[in-house]
Design a protein around this ligand. Sequence first.
Ligand code: SDX
Length: 393
Amino acid sequence: TRQTGLTALDYGFVNTAATRSAITFIDGDQGILRYRGYPIEQLAKNSTYLEVAWLLIYGELPTADQLADFDERIRHHTLLHEDLKRFFSALPHTAHPMSVLSSAVSALSTYYENESDPHNPEHIELNTVRMLAKLPVIAAYAHKKSIGQAFLYPDNSLSFVDNFLKLNFGVMSEPYEVNPVMSRALERLLILHEDHEQNASTSTVRLVGSTGANQFSSISAGINALYGPLHGGANEAVLEMLGRIRESGESVQRFVERVKNKEDGVKLMGFGHRVYKNYDPRAKLVKESADEVLAELGISDPLLDLAKELEEIALNDDYFRERRLYPNVDFYTGVIYKAMGFPTRMFTVLFAIGRLPGWLAQWREAGTDTHTKIGRPQQLYTGAVRRDYPGTV
Ligand code: SDX
């Protein structure tokens, strides 16, 4: 390239290393997202987190019996080993819940080292259920730790989502009644996050899985990749951005100008996407939910109005239109999570719980097929040409 100015593409090399997958389809120009062929709009409004998890992992919607058995197995794997609960006390209460989550998942694998052969179908099934059952509990413990409250035990009489809400918002000394509005909204938000083809964290899970690493280690790596503010961490960054605008008293227009001038590298968080060059279909559904949930909870949040004003200005501004920048899934989710009572630092943890079924499905597709080769992303070398060490010639 340095001598000729040509690149591999000029020689007709096409990136043949594109990942082949049958799980999720995205058309970024049309704003289409389908899980195993089913449109996200239909699944988000009519299905459940566990039914969609089964669809992603096994390729078809489950029968009623299959779903009931899946649900039952998950309920009976929600308990963490008592030693693992003590793991949390080793971390500072100021620890970010995403750090706690990835560390605890990695530690989880130490309890199942004799049942984690990535080519053993029984181990794969067992650890798929263990991950789905225990990640929400670990997440709730990370939340409770961050607010200095006692951990609760899972309540297996509750649904997956309701159990998670109780683990987060229940307290020992009081009965806890699940708010159906929160339950329905969280179910829909989790479904919207369940998979998204080869995003950074899923690619990480696949790459780690392709080395023969077990599900726990692969998922822990995916959690760390998701943590970044350009990826899953954006939902937390959006709320911080909206809060800063509001507290500073800066006009939305002035903030948008700073974004356009790239002052101090400021970005409109929750906007833009590597694939969607149109409205992210998930963002549309989340925005609808935001209005419904806040109205039903009787909450009016000025940050939601601020987000809508930002969207309105950006969608009508050439800078964003020319770069095809639209709201993505992270733009409105934080307002709903905040209305539910989750602290901002838990938002990406909620994204991770949503994404877990997709990670597990993609790990199985990539890492456990005994014919799958180890992942090895290609590079185009742009470094120094051959030269000799001084004095050797
Ligand atoms: C997720 O991949 C997935 O599917 C991810 C995800 C999933 O479900 O797994 O959908 C979840 O991660 C959503 C994205 C969340 N991240 C954010 O909201 C962070 C803010 N967005 C950006 O940082 C950015 O849009 C990315 C990282 C999401 C995408 O970056 P791209 O496609 O590589 O775009 P780019 O960085 O090449 O930018 C192109 C232009 C640049 O301007 P110019 O150099 O042409 O002048 O657009 C500008 C950028 O500066 N730009 C933005 C912007 N995003 C891009 N300008 C202001 N604000 C933004 N948010």
